[in-house]
Design a protein around this ligand. Structure first.
Ligand code: E4P
Length: 218
C-alpha cells in the first residue's frame, strides 16, 4: 500500500518524507488556499517545491471545467516535473481529458469520485489513479469504506490497472480499513500516518526495557 500525504504544507510533507514511508503527495485548490498559496505562478512554484521535497507522484489539480482548458492546464502542469500527476474532476470533460492524457502517457488522478459507476468510468478512460472520497461520504452518513470495497471488486473483475487512491482519509482507522480492503494507495493528513505508530503497550514496553537496561548497567 502506498502512503500519500494530503496537504500543501511543506513542513508536514518534509516530516512525512523524513520518516521514510512517504510515496507521494496529493493537493487540491482548497489545500493550496489553506497554505495561502494563491495566483498561478505561486501555485506553480509551490508544486515545484513539493516535487523537490519528495520522490514520488505529486497530484496537481486543474481548475478548468472544460476539455480544452483542462488539456492546456494539464499539459503545463505535467511539463513541470515527471512526478506530476494531472488531477481531473469526475465530470464529462474530465473523463474526456483523462482519456486524452492517458493516450499520451501523462499520469492522471480522477478526483471527486463518490460512486462505483464514476470509478468504472475513470478506469475506462485509463486513469492512473481514481480518488474515492471516503471521509466526505462518511460525513453524509454513507459508508465510505464500502465504496472502496465495491471499486476493488469491479477493478479486479476486469483487471483494470487504475490504482484505487482512497482519499478524504481522516484518521488512522480509515488507513487500516482501506489496507484490509485492498486500496492501492491512501492519502490523508500527517496525523493519519503518525497515528499508526501509537500503542500504549509499545510505550510501556519501551519504558520497561530502558529501565531494566539502566538497572543492569548502573
Ligand atoms: C484528495 O485528493 C483530496 O485532496 C482530499 O483527500 C479531500 O479530503 P477532505 O474531504 O478531507 O477535504
Amino acid at each position: 500500500m502506498k502512503f500519500f500525504i494530503d496537504t500543501a504544507n511543506l513542513d508536514q510533507i518534509a516530516e512525512a518524507q523524513d520518516m521514510g514511508v512517504l510515496d507521494g503527495v496529493t493537493t487540491n485548490p482548497s489545500l493550496m488556499a489553506k497554505e495561502g498559496i494563491t495566483g498561478e505562478q505561486n501555485i506553480i512554484d509551490h508544486y515545484k517545491k513539493i516535487c523537490d521535497l519528495v520522490d514520488g507522484h505529486v497530484s496537481a489539480e486543474v481548475i478548468s471545467t472544460d476539455f480544452e482548458g483542462m488539456v492546456k492546464e494539464g499539459e503545463a502542469l505535467a511539463a513541470l516535473n515527471d512526478q506530476i500527476v494531472v488531477k481531473l474532476p469526475m465530470i464529462k470533460d474530465g473523463v474526456k481529458a483523462c482519456k486524452y492524457f492517458s493516450d499520451k502517457g501523462v499520469k492522471t488522478n480522477v478526483t471527486l469520485v463518490f460512486s462505483p459507476g464514476q470509478a468504472l468510468l475513470a478506469a475506462k478512460a485509463g486513469a492512473t489513479y481514481v480518488s474515492p472520497f471516503i471521509g466526505r461520504l462518511d460525513d453524509i452518513s454513507t459508508d465510505g469504506l464500502n465504496l472502496i470495497a465495491e471499486i476493488r471488486m469491479i477493478y479486479d473483475n476486469y483487471g483494470f490497472e487504475t490504482e484505487i487512491l482512497a482519499a478524504s482519509v481522516r484518521h488512522t482507522m480509515h488507513v487500516i480499513e482501506c489496507a484490509k480492503l485492498g486500496a492501492d494507495v491512501m492519502t490523508g493528513p500527517l496525523s493519519s500516518i503518525d497515528g499508526l505508530l501509537k500503542h500504549p503497550l509499545t510505550d510501556i514496553g519501551l519504558a520497561k526495557f530502558l529501565a531494566d537496561y539502566k538497572k543492569g548497567n548502573s
